[in-house]
Design a protein around this ligand. Structure first.
Ligand SMILES: *Cc1c(COP(=O)(O)O)cnc(C)c1O
Length: 410
């Protein structure tokens, strides 16, 4: 067997990094975005309050996703904050979230003085387990945030049944899952819950550096989203009044114009990611002890998750380090720990020394055992990219085969 690069062997791929979202080679930013930026600069109008670009973006985005409205904002975290503010929980109310996500799915809940309650996840997809959610819905639950992890849709049809029965709202966090269909040929993620949240951060399928969008079919929710991002101004009447508690989360025209060009490229980005991931999946299918996520034509591969059997935490960390040393950047667990084990929630570090609204809440180890098993012992993620060539996929297959054979299946 060939010596692993991590042990001093020759890497599968040396000196030629794979396309990454940190480089032009791993992004789709070109002359169209350059022209868009110049168009806005030359117009002299950089604010979306009076400009046309962000307005056009929200119409184009709503049409693409299939909702009546979209509202733009400054980040994916801001998008979740808009959604939670639109739900309008009472202080101390609860919102159910999964423990494997970006912290941006969670901290906006605390910003609105509500309490995140963590439900365990499916052992293969890492998405919310509807039975775990059902068991946690109580008199103070106001919403569920379903994250479509790595680009695989969460079971939102079932979750929507649960939330409707309880008279609460479903927020979809679609930051990793642009254009993912919730069932074959069916509605896209972001249309099943009352609110869908998207991010344009550097690492996502499309980017403006930072930026966010929220989709909804409900005119009243759309109004609340817009007001919360715009200091409570009723722009639709022109009245000079601050009608609600709100912040300034507005997207600028420069960002909006770039987002419009990125949006045109999104279908191509998704289909290229799907094609290369399918090729990869077919070629590693025979490796014993390796499971890939099920793909019913619905996975849009933000990251490609590998589920590895039979390792302890140290073994999992070494597996990801070994892949990285072969030239295929990868991360063990996706997160260092489930979100509830982070200091901000455990200590908690919220408002002064009060711990509000988490004081007295316990987020112990073992809270979500399936999520802990994934993060600590089973999950390795490879950031996927629309610009992977056939030769790149060859190298990723070779690296995974080499590392897996050496560390798991030998
Ligand atoms: C990236 C991300 C966010 C936060 O988006 P930002 O634009 O980075 O604030 C929220 N949820 C998920 C699932 C994400 O991947």
């Amino acid at each position: 067997m060939r010596t692993l690069a991590i042990d001093g062997g020759t890497p599968v791929r040396a000196g030629r990094p794979l396309p990454s979202p940190m480089e032009p080679s791993g992004r789709t930013i070109g002359p169209e975005e350059e022209a868009a930026v110049l168009r806005v600069l030359r117009s002299g109008m950089l604010s979306s309050v009076w400009g046309t670009e962000v307005n056009a973006l929200t119409e184009e985005f709503a049409a693409l996703i299939g909702t009546r409205y979209a509202v733009a904002c400054s980040s994916g975290t801001a998008a979740i904050h808009l959604a939670v503010a639109a739900v309008d929980p009472e202080p101390g109310d609860e919102i159910i979230v999964p423990p494997i996500s970006d912290m941006g799915s969670v901290t906006p809940i605390i910003a609105q003085n509500a309490v995140p309650v963590f439900a365990d996840v499916d052992p293969v997809t890492g998405n919310l387990d509807p039975d775990a959610v059902a068991a946690l819905i109580g008199p103070r639950t106001r919403a569920v945030v379903a994250v479509h992890l790595f680009g695989k849709p969460a079971p939102v049809a079932r979750l929507r049944e649960l939330t409707d029965r309880a008279g609460i709202m479903l927020i979809e966090d679609c930051a990793q899952a642009y254009l993912a269909p919730t069932r074959h040929g069916g509605p896209l993620v972001g249309t099943v819950g009352q609110l869908g949240c998207f991010s344009l951060q550097q690492y996502k399928h499309i980017t403006t550096g930072d930026g966010g969008l929220v989709t909804t079919d409900d005119p009243e929710l759309a109004l609340r989203l817009r007001r919360f991002a715009d200091k409570g101004w009723p722009r639709e009447t022109g009245e000079r009044a601050y009608l609600s508690y709100a912040l300034n989360y507005r997207m600028t025209e420069l960002v909006g114009a770039v987002a419009r060009e990125q949006l045109r490229k999104l279908p191509g980005v998704v289909s290229r990611r799907r094609a290369s991931a399918a090729e990869f999946a077919a070629r590693v299918a025979g490796l014993p002890g390796l499971v890939l996520p099920p793909d019913d034509g619905d996975h849009v591969y933000w990251y490609l998750p590998l589920l590895v059997d039979g390792l302890d935490h140290g073994g999992l960390v070494r597996y990801a380090e070994a892949l990285t040393a072969e030239g295929v950047l990868s991360l063990s667990g996706y997160l260092a720990r489930p979100l509830y084990a982070e200091p901000v929630l455990r200590k908690p570090l919220t408002y002064g020394a009060s711990g509000y609204p988490l004081a007295g809440r316990d987020y112990p180890d073992g809270l979500c055992p399936v999520a802990e098993d994934l993060v600590y012992r089973r999950l390795v993620v490879v950031p996927w990219n629309e610009n992977f060539t056939d030769a790149d996929v060859d190298d990723i297959v070779a690296a995974v085969t080499k590392v897996h054979t050496a560390l798991v299946a030998s």
